[in-house]
Write a protein of this length. Sequence first.
Length: 124
Amino acid sequence: MRYFTAADLVETLYRGLADNSVGRVIDNLLRHDLVIIDEVGFAPLDDTGAQLLFRFVAAAYERRALAIGSHWPFDQWGRFLPEHTTAVSLLDRLLHHSVVVVTEGESFRMKQARTRTGTRSAKK
């Protein structure tokens, strides 16, 4: 298993692009049975970053398990991916054999912080 934030994965792929080893980088990452990509959409990607992410997802398609974490609903992925075609193609591959889990409600971190704050206030 391997965990990345989307920004870290794209940065890793950019380094591979710079030294013409991006294909080898992708192959090495796909040796893991599961690759988790978190914080997708946290920061917008430029055109090259989006294409590198697509290249990675396309290489993993039907070969390896990907887990994607994002706060964005699928119909809004065009907000952080510069090309509509890239967003559609990326989602096409991600969703084909996927199990989508949508969570709602309060963030665990926010709930934990509120509990700590409430506990401190009660002790004073």
